[in-house]
Design a protein around this ligand. Structure first.
Ligand code: FES
Length: 86
């Protein structure tokens, strides 16, 4: 099982829109995965402003294996991670 790379935008806009809650949720998922038989390695990192917050679409912005998630919520990010974790 490979490593699933997750990038959470930690710029001002995304932080105000709840990016840190998503970060916490991913860390909880990481802990849960470690207790399971076949854990996926999740590598999560906070990245500086992705320069997407100036467009029409709003954050928070998260990338899972390069796939951009707009209006990211814990649930949608978890689903994207679990999708790749099969
Ligand atoms: S703060 Fe997240 S894209 Fe700018």
């Amino acid at each position: 099982m490979g490593v699933i790379h997750v990038e959470v935008c930690a710029g001002t806009h995304c932080t105000m829109m709840g990016a840190m809650n998503i970060m916490d949720a991913i860390h909880s998922l990481e802990e849960l995965q470690q207790e399971m038989d076949n854990p996926c390695d999740i590598e999560v990192k906070a990245v500086p402003c992705m320069n997407l917050c100036r467009d029409e679409v709003h954050g928070p912005f998260v990338r899972v294996e390069g796939q951009l998630i707009t209006h990211a919520e814990s649930e949608s990010v978890m689903a994207a991670i679990m999708d790749r974790c099969k």
